[in-house]
Design a protein around this ligand. Structure first.
Ligand code: GLU
Length: 496
């Protein structure tokens, strides 16, 4: 067996194999997380293999610790890989920079097969763009393409610097199929003889990804739709090598609004940002799954899916080709639903660090605070602002006492706070229930609606228009002394 036959023999066959191939940027873009998720789901749905490949050939863009961010994010999300740099596998190495030696060999092979040629036009070399943006490409045309191979090899042997370019047919069309975009046909004359191997012997991304995907036996290539315009050239490469073309699944961008793609540079959150803001990983994954994919049939209306549930029902045909808009309010709503599903202990474990930031008074029972905010918590980072009044009564406007629906005015609020003060001072058992019973009895005795008593009391102890609990729950949390102190302060304020 020669080298190439050996490489072929290593490729696992007969099973779905997908890969997530991030470039280590230091964070996980929401669009990348979605690509990772869909890629993982396709593998799991079909009992296949999910591969992690690190694409670090663009050394200029490398960020310290960025590969660790990828491992950490994948593990946190439960997107476990079956082959990858850390665990190895049959077709490693799984880090692109460690595969360098391969690409030169495959580029030479392609020259032998007629799909590529040596190009000695040095000056064009630098102008070449290595990324997928078609606007960047200036079509290269040169005489090297027609140079007989033996002459080219002689020049190469004589040490003339060269690049290897793809030989694109000058006539005809190339058609490729995408699972969501369908058949796309382009005129070959529109395609450039792109550089595959640079003069330093390193591959361009457009070459490396094809060689790697083939040598890793990838059956489904899931990637952003910014790669659609490169797909015909990839197809021609597969064909020139005599390799099977994988199934392409291009995903439309995740948008901030109708015009703009989400972008970290413009302040849109990455996965890590969302987690730091207090979103739950499960909620983010669920939301991201539905950004560009929808279930069908009886599941069509369903919005809540765990990762294992998604792995059972995910279907490529449900991926949409229209761009999806990232709606933070929808995510907040979904996150709140996931919060509600947490047990009180699990919620407390997540909420505690956020609560501690706002409530430093050790007399206040954070478990009780957590219980109060649990059912209405959308995002953990909102908690501090909702409970900070427990630590310190904020300055507030007496206008808060005036509430139409409760029929409270400045005058009757003052009166009712005075009544409440007496009741609170004489109350021995200080619980939500005992407070409630005593204050409801007070309202009955005075012949007024409960709200006449409870509204002003809630304002007095919180200084806020909206609080995570009612007057008696807040008094129970604050304790007798602090509650009384606040009611006295309220009376003083209203007497001014
Ligand atoms: N490294 C590429 C990126 O992060 C991956 C593109 C692909 O999946 O082929 O954009």
């Amino acid at each position: 067996m020669d080298f190439f036959e050996e490489m072929e023999a290593r490729i696992p066959k007969g099973k779905v194999r997908t890969r997530f191939a991030p470039s280590p940027t230091g964070y996980m873009h929401v669009g990348n997380l979605r690509t990772a998720l869909y890629t993982w789901l396709i593998a799991r749905r079909h009992g296949g293999t999910f591969i992690l490949r690190i694409e670090d050939t663009d050394q200029g863009r490398l960020v310290d610790g960025a590969v660790d961010v990828i491992y950490k994010t994948m593990a946190e999300c439960g997107l476990t890989h079956d082959e990858g740099p850390d665990i190895g596998g049959p077709v490693g190495p799984y880090v692109q920079s460690q595969r360098r030696a391969l690409f030169g060999k495959y580029a030479e092979l392609l020259v032998q097969r007629g799909g590529a040629y040596y190009c000695f036009c040095q000056k064009e070399d630098e102008e070449e763009s290595d990324d997928a943006d078609p606007k960047q490409i200036k079509k290269h045309v040169c005489a090297c393409r027609e140079l007989p191979l033996d002459e080219a090899l002689a020049k190469k042997a004589a040490g003339v610097p060269y690049v290897i370019r793809q030989r694109i047919p000058t006539e005809g069309t190339t058609t490729f199929h995408d699972a969501s975009f369908g058949d796309i046909t382009v005129e070959n004359k529109e395609l450039e003889d792109q550089v595959l191997l640079k003069s330093d012997g390193l591959p361009t991304y457009n070459f490396a990804n094809v060689v790697d995907d083939h040598l890793m036996g990838i059956t489904h290539v899931v990637r952003g739709s910014e790669y659609l315009s490169s797909a015909p050239k990839y197809n021609l490469l597969y064909e020139a090598f005599g390799w099977d073309v994988p199934t392409y699944v291009h995903c439309s961008p995740v948008m901030r609004d109708a015009q703009h793609k989400m972008s970290k540079r413009h302040g849109d959150p990455s996965y890590e940002d969302l987690i730091n803001e207090g979103y739950l990983t499960e909620a983010v994954l669920n939301y991201v799954a539905l950004l560009g994919w929808s279930p069908k049939g009886e599941l069509a209306e369903r919005e809540f899916f765990t990762l294992p549930e998604l792995a059972e029902v995910f279907d490529i045909s449900g991926i949409s080709k229209s761009p999806a808009v990232f709606d933070i309010n929808k995510l907040r709503w979904m996150n709140a639903e996931y919060m509600k599903k947490l047990s009180p202990e699990a919620f407390f474990a997540k909420a505690e660090p956020y609560l501690k930031k706002a409530v430093t008074n050790p007399a206040i029972d954070l478990h009780a605070v957590a219980a109060l905010v649990h059912s209405r918590c959308e995002v953990l980072s909102d908690l501090a602002e909702r409970v900070d009044f427990l630590d310190r009564l904020p300055d507030y406007d007496t206008a808060l006492y005036v509430h139409k629906k409760s029929k409270t005015t400045l005058e009757n609020s003052l009166e009712s706070l005075k009544w409440s003060l007496d009741v609170l001072q004489s109350l021995d058992t200080w619980t939500n229930e005992s407070l409630y019973d005593a204050l409801v009895a007070l309202a009955a005795e005075k012949g007024v609606k409960n709200a006449i008593v409870l509204w002003p009391l809630r304002v007095a102890v919180s200084g806020k228009a909206s609080t995570p609990g009612g007057a008696t729950e807040l008094c129970a949390l604050l304790g007798k002394d602090e509650s009384i102190r606040r009611v006295e302060a309220g009376i003083a304020l209203l007497q001014k």
